[in-house]
Design a protein around this ligand. Structure first.
Ligand SMILES: [Zn+2]
Length: 233
């Protein structure tokens, strides 16, 4: 009977209606957090720092001091993990993918796992923050096309229509910056209207360059954005 069929169909649909945002993402996020150390990739590659050298001062999960006065160590070394990071490792270097040995810690108070990485690595992003800062500067301030930026920043050899005429990753970075998901410390546009993506890239790159060490003032602005990106993260 068509009426019954229709009702059953409606019930099946109702049963499939998603209720809430799925939990696994949130669980994963709170289970391990990424913390940047002050050491950069170059220093880290020369010698993997010891557990004590890059132990965070506090647990990002519960805020407990990692080595309280008169108490035991709260953030304990918990092995290492390989982490790949893409992009040039210096402003004028060729792009590459390098592997670093990240340090893991476990908080004895809240059981959170903390992964400590070099200063240029941000969260779970594939490219280093320095490479992203350089890309935003080349696109937004220097006037390079998206395809030129891609050739400078990405070592991927796949050249298709997308690579030749644009680079979706670059537009995503500019969007993430405008929406505060990337380099949240850079100033946001006071305008209620969204800026064109290239303008967002330019404004973030200027702020990153300004946050680079003052001794780098003689360098080209894109190089300063590269250096500032690791500090501004
Ligand atoms: Zn904790």
């Amino acid at each position: 009977m068509p009426a019954t069929k229709g009702r059953r169909g409606a019930q099946v649909l109702a049963g499939q209606t998603p209720r809430r945002a799925p939990a696994p993402m949130q669980k994963d996020r709170s289970a391990s957090s990424v913390v940047q150390s002050r050491l950069n990739i170059k220093q880290w590659q020369q010698r993997v720092p010891t557990v004590a050298e890059v132990r965070p001062g506090r647990c990002p999960g519960c805020g407990a001091a990692s080595c309280p006065l008169g108490g035991g160590v709260r953030l304990r070394g918990h092995g290492t993990r390989e982490r790949q990071v893409a992009g040039p490792t210096a402003p004028d270097a060729l792009p590459e993918v390098v592997t670093v040995i990240a340090r893991r810690y476990r908080c004895v108070s809240c059981r959170a796992v903390i992964i400590v990485v070099p200063s240029e690595i941000g969260g779970r992003r594939v490219y280093s923050l320095s490479a992203i800062g350089l890309a935003l500067a080349l696109w937004g301030l220097v006037g390079a096309t998206a395809a030129e930026v891609r050739a400078y920043i990405s070592s991927a050899s796949k050249i298709g229509h997308e690579a030749a005429f644009g680079w979706a990753t670059l537009r995503r970075w500019a969007r993430d910056v405008a929406q505060g998901r990337l380099f949240p410390s850079t100033p946001k546009s006071p305008s209620p209207l969204p800026l064109p993506l290239r303008r967002s890239a330019a404004s973030a790159a200027s702020a990153l360059a300004a946050s680079a060490d003052p001794t780098t003032r003689e360098l080209p602005i894109a190089h300063r954005a590269f250096l500032g990106a690791a500090r501004a993260a």
